[in-house]
Design a protein around this ligand. Structure first.
Ligand SMILES: Nc1ncnc2c1ncn2[C@@H]1O[C@H](COP(=O)(O)OP(=O)(O)OP(=O)(O)O)[C@@H](O)[C@H]1O
Length: 821
């Protein structure tokens, strides 16, 4: 322990973290990235507080591998950045205040991360990766002088890989750094490869060539053959030779020399040359001509800048003029994934990855709430403005026109980039040339983008009215015909006369299920396309847009559906409809009476093929989808009555071609109409069938079936007509009864529902051995066996099903509580 050292315990997470096995190469990338951050912070601070620059002139990063006097192999990464005070050393390197840490640890500990450097970088746990290659790490740091800390002193943080503590102490070397941070890795015996300068160059090239715009230097030593002065060479050559005055030997030397002269090789000597080699002499990528930048360079720049190890899906590199005289260069990237946090509250998220630079100096990545439209907050942008003052602050930026203009330019570019990819994929799809490799590439790319961002485009079209049309054009939907189509595709394939865009929405259902819906059957049979909307945002999207290129969206589960060819022979159609209504009048009347609690009206359907009936929402009523959402929202709220009203804005549509409906019509017609001839039993039975039919229609149409306790069973058998007000009773009870009838089982015979009661209360404390189990064998308690015997002996102990029982009177039997037994 160093004199004056303070000893600290790590947070437990740090200890866990340091044990994770991971691709070791990442450590260098992480340390260079930290060094870059420290330098950027220094430069930014210096804009308002030039004093911080005192101490060291250069702003750079240096790497040096050397063998220490104690025999250890060391790799040293030094930066002349902002540095850390002893308190900062303790706080920054001794604690993990990151929200993602626990998640990272869980993931890293449960997966085999060897070979992939992705995990550690993705979570930004940078510094600790040092321990992947080191037994001990020293971090010496001297903070930049500031008004708060005008005379900083250099301190050392020291920790070994297998300890759970670290120390911080004043550096015995004094303020040797001038400013910044020096990280000394005492390499593990199995990590000596990192002493090799070629290896280090490779690593920097591979992972860090775009990590920083500050120069990175590597200390190298090479041996060089240098010509030697004659006297010196004699002196040197004489050394290995035995000093002798012997003539022969003198001759021998002369001979050797003359041989060399024949080959014309000058006399040389090997010397070691120390050299600092700059590893990153390229211009920053955004300042280069896009034609000279390879895809790989764009990808690596992205990875280094945004610490995202998954390749971006697309990018655009452009120069622009803000219009207020600020010219800039920018690269925008479309990441391959959305952060989980995006959908948690998309309207609250603000863009956090717009890296604004002024003349290559990083200024900020926080341009505030309104930097981009909310839907686009996931975009990653690097923008370098030429003509802004270097000391621009966020506040001045906000009042500056530039930011507004930047927002609209970037938004336009994002949409342009997406539209271009979309159009290319669509064009290729249309050309349909199978051999065209290009087309596959475009199609695949777009498919990937659509997979990640389809819902974002919907949100964008809802939120960003200015760009609604462009974003709406990017959205795709599944259809009953099995393919994903955009709205433009849909319009292109519409049938003659079709003046509506058909859709069916039911959140959470699979599109396969939606395709089988009663509402789709006729449209499908006739060859019309129906958009199948199953995502939460879908219905919000169509309700906001209302129409696409002037064609309105039509919910096929709602009144108002028109195929568009009805008009072809309107007189005949009307005639047919009139005749049907006439024919079915008795049934319509009957159903109206029976379904008055559920629907507003009963009509003959034009949308059903095989299904007997369906429940259709009025134009302004709830569809099943909306009703589900509303039920969740209004439960008990103040607009409960409005909700109840809207719920009833439904129509029962019946299919006159369904044998079931025809059969029902017959039965209704057979009911005697005279009051004194009424067959009450037949009526009740028919009512029951009807009510199951209505409930079936509700279910078929995606609605919930009212099944609450407020429906009481009617005294079916009562002879008192005043008691015969048939109330809709519980759905399953009705189904149960109809099943019994069809099976010829007594409708009223009760099911024995007695159960074996629990034994009496045992107030004794739980004894230890009662709970102990043998680890290897399942122990069968003799008493438990007795319990089985008992059960066999007690035939009344039967399974109790969740079906409500009715007694002889048709009244509900209250489940018998155990205590009563
Ligand atoms: N070279 C350095 N100079 C100054 N401060 C540093 C340096 N290296 C690390 N730090 C400080 O230590 C903190 C922790 O570093 P660490 O690499 O663990 O995470 P991070 O850099 O904050 O996260 P990320 O990797 O996501 O950027 C940094 O935030 C920074 O404040």
């Amino acid at each position: 322990t160093q004199d004056g050292a303070k000893k600290f315990d790590y947070q437990s997470d740090v200890a866990r973290l340091r044990k994770i096995v991971i691709n070791r190469d990442v450590f260098l990338r992480e340390l260079i990235s930290n060094a870059n951050d420290a330098l950027e912070k220094l430069r930014l601070t210096s804009l308002t507080d030039p004093e911080v620059l005192h101490g060291a002139e250069q702003m750079n990063i240096t790497l040096r591998a050397y063998k220490d006097e104690d025999g250890s192999s060391r790799l040293v990464i030094t930066d002349t950045g902002i540095g850390m005070s002893p308190e900062e050393l303790t706080a920054n390197l001794g604690t993990l205040a990151k929200s993602g840490t626990t998640e990272f640890l869980a993931k890293a500990e449960s997966t085999d991360t060897t070979g992939t450097g992705n995990l550690i970088g993705a979570f930004g746990l940078g510094f600790y990766s040092s321990f992947l290659v080191s037994d001990r790490v020293y971090v010496a740091s001297l903070a930049a002088p500031s008004s708060a800390n005008p005379n900083p002193t250099q301190h050392v943080f020291s920790s070994s890989a297998d300890e759970s503590t670290f120390e911080v102490y004043p550096d015995p070397r004094g303020n040797s750094l001038g400013r910044g941070t020096e990280i000394t890795l005492v390499l593990r015996d199995d990590a000596l490869e990192y002493m090799d300068t070629t290896k280090i160059m490779d690593l920097v090239n591979k992972h860090s060539s775009f990590a920083t715009s500050f120069p990175v230097y590597l200390f190298t030593q090479r041996t060089e053959e240098v010509p030697v002065e004659d006297e010196e060479s004699e002196a040197e050559e004489s050394t290995p030779l035995p000093s002798s005055e012997d003539e022969d030997e003198e001759e021998a030397v002369v001979e050797e020399v003359s041989e060399q002269e024949e080959e014309k090789t000058p006399k040389t000597q090997s010397i070691t040359v120390d050299e600092w080699v700059q590893l990153n002499s390229q211009l920053p990528i955004w300042t280069r001509d896009p034609k000279t930048v390879s895809d790989e360079e764009y990808e690596r720049f992205y990875e280094a800048t945004f610490k995202d190890h998954e390749k971006p899906l697309a990018w655009a590199h452009f120069t622009g003029d803000s219009g207020s005289g600020v010219s800039f260069r920018a690269i925008i990237y479309i990441p391959s994934h959305l952060d989980n946090s995006y959908w948690q509250n998309p309207m609250e998220t603000s863009a956090k990855d717009i890296r604004l630079m002024v003349k290559r100096v990083f200024i900020t990545n926080d341009l505030g709430e309104d930097a981009l439209p909310k839907w686009a907050s996931w975009i990653k942008v690097v923008v370098d403005a030429e003509d802004l003052p270097l000391n621009v602050s966020r506040e001045t930026l906000q009042s500056n026109k530039f930011l507004k203009q930047l927002k609209s330019i970037i938004t336009r570019r994002i949409i342009q980039t997406l539209s271009k990819l979309h159009d290319a994929a669509m064009k290729d799809k249309k050309d349909g040339d199978e051999d065209d490799v290009e087309s596959d590439v475009d199609g695949d790319k777009w498919a990937e983008i659509s997979k990640v961002y389809n819902n974002v485009f919907k949100l964008g079209a809802v939120e960003d009215i200015k760009n609604r049309d462009k974003l709406g054009a990017l959205v795709t939907f599944s259809t009953n015909q099995g393919k994903d189509v955009s709205l433009d595709d849909y319009l292109e394939n519409r049938k003659k006369g079709q003046k509506q865009i058909f859709y069916l929405a039911d959140m959470g259902k699979s599109t396969e299920d939606l395709a089988k819906s009663v509402f789709v059957e006729k449209l499908h049979a006739r060859g019309y396309q129906v958009l199948l909307l199953s995502e939460p945002l879908d219905e919000i999207f169509v309700q906001n847009l209302k129409n696409w290129k002037r064609l309105p969206f039509q919910d096929v589960a709602k009144a108002g559906l028109k195929f568009g060819d009805e008009e072809e022979d309107p007189a005949e159609e009307k005639e047919k409809q009139k005749a049907l209504t006439e024919q079915y009048k008795p049934l319509l009347d009957w159903l109206k009476k029976e379904s008055k609690d559920v629907v507003r009206d009963v009509v003959i359907s034009n949308r059903l093929v095989t299904s007997p009936c369906a429940i259709v929402a009025d134009t302004h009523g709830y569809t099943a989808n909306i009703e589900k959402m509303m039920n969740a929202q209004v439960a008990g709220g103040s607009n409960k009555f409005m909700h109840e009203y809207a719920k009833k804005m439904k129509l029962l549509e019946i299919n006159p071609r369904s044998p079931l409906i025809e059969g029902l019509l017959k039965r209704v017609e057979q009911l005697p109409s005279e009051e004194e001839e009424r067959d009450l039993e037949a009526e009740d039975e028919l009512r029951e069938v009807t009510s199951v039919l209505i409930d079936g229609a509700l279910v078929r149409s995606g609605f919930g079936v009212p099944d609450s306790n407020e429906y009481v069973l009617s005294p079916l058998q009562s002879s008192d007509p005043s008691q015969r007000d048939f109330k809709r009773n519980r759905f399953f009870t009705r189904v149960d009864r109809i099943l019994r009838r069809s099976l010829g089982v007594s409708e009223t015979a009760p099911t024995d529902s007695t159960v074996k009661p629990a034994p009496p209360v045992d107030s004794k404390p739980v004894e230890e051995e009662e709970l102990s189990f043998d680890d290897t064998h399942v122990r069968i308690d003799p008493e438990m066996m007795g319990l089985f015997d008992q059960q066999e002996a007690a035939p009344q102990a039967q399974a109790h099903w969740e079906v409500e029982e009715i007694d002889d009177e048709g009244n509900a039997v209250k489940p018998v509580s155990h205590d009563e037994l």
